[in-house]
Write a protein that binds this ligand. Structure first.
Ligand SMILES: C[S@@+](CC[C@H](N)C(=O)[O-])C[C@H]1O[C@@H](n2cnc3c(N)ncnc32)[C@H](O)[C@@H]1O
Length: 254
């Protein structure tokens, strides 16, 4: 398995690099032999790459998220944290997640499942799976514990495995067929959650959950507003968009 390290620029930009004894191009850093660069160095040390001083950082979840490879839109910590708490996901659970996309949510799930957990992901698009699986490979090397990971190619409704799940999370453009197909695999008391960018998607998730015999527990959205210090003293919300991510819905098998 490949080895990875996290480097941070002075301004905070994060690079997750493969440590390899080959002189190759690393995006944003140039051509380097990372094994030679990092030989004898520890977390907290500074290394010079071209004109840039970079600090070797611990490979924690926020660093891996910040430096992750990206393609499909990812679920951020605001919504991922809510899903994990509201679905009660923790050590030893078996979780189904679709679609994998860039693996943003998968990184959060992998962090909390521990060695005894199991994460099943599905993804129909190879170009998305490639990015998501790379991010999970990095996490497997960097996290102290990592769940068993099963990845299935295809639409979740076509490939849902013959397993029981403590939790299911669906992030895709059309949820209803997936809810119908996956719900029978939810354990009694287990929960399913959907990430739905529009209100029409949310409504169709609600109806599909009820038609599948699930009880909707919560639906809505989470607001996040960042604050900062002002130049004249005091604090206020920072300038910038006050954006929408998605509507979330949680339903339980009772
Ligand atoms: C927005 S991305 C998921 C991003 C992911 N949650 C993350 O945090 O990085 C949605 C993904 O769902 C995939 N997809 C679409 N329909 C699907 C289905 N029925 N089953 C599984 N995956 C599906 C798409 O190919 C896409 O990669």
């Amino acid at each position: 398995m490949a080895e990875y390290s996290v480097l941070m620029e002075k301004e905070g930009r994060i690079h997750v690099i493969e440590v390899t004894d080959a002189t190759v191009k690393h995006k944003g850093l140039g051509v380097i032999n990372t094994a030679a660069l990092l030989d004898g160095m520890s977390i907290g040390d500074e290394v010079l790459v071209g004109q840039k001083y970079l600090t070797i950082m611990p490979s924690n979840l926020p660093e891996l998220i910040s430096g992750m490879a990206r393609r499909a839109q990812t679920i951020s910590s605001k919504d991922a944290g809510f899903f994990i708490s509201k679905l009660g996901i923790g050590v030893g659970d078996t979780v189904l997640e679709a679609g994998l996309g860039s693996g943003g949510l998968s990184l959060h799930l992998a962090k909390v499942l521990g060695n005894s957990g199991c994460l099943v992901t599905t993804e129909p698009r190879d170009e998305h799976a490639e990015v998501g699986l790379l991010n999970l490979e990095r996490a497997e090397d960097c996290f102290e514990e990592f769940p068993k990971h099963i990845h299935l190619e295809g639409l979740v409704e076509d490939v849902v495995p013959d397993m029981e799940f403590d939790a299911i999370i669906l992030d895709m453009p059309v949820h209803a067929p997936a809810i119908t197909a996956c719900s029978p695999n939810l354990k009694f008391g287990g929960r399913i959650a959907c990430y739905a960018p529009t209100t029409s998607q949310l409504e169709s998730c609600w109806k599909a959950c009820e038609e599948s015999g699930l009880t909707v527990e919560w639906a809505g959205e989470l607001m996040e507003r960042q604050w900062g210090l002002t130049s004249k003293g005091g604090m206020r919300p920072v300038n910038g968009p006050f954006g929408h991510t998605a509507f979330l819905i949680v339903a339980q098998r009772r």
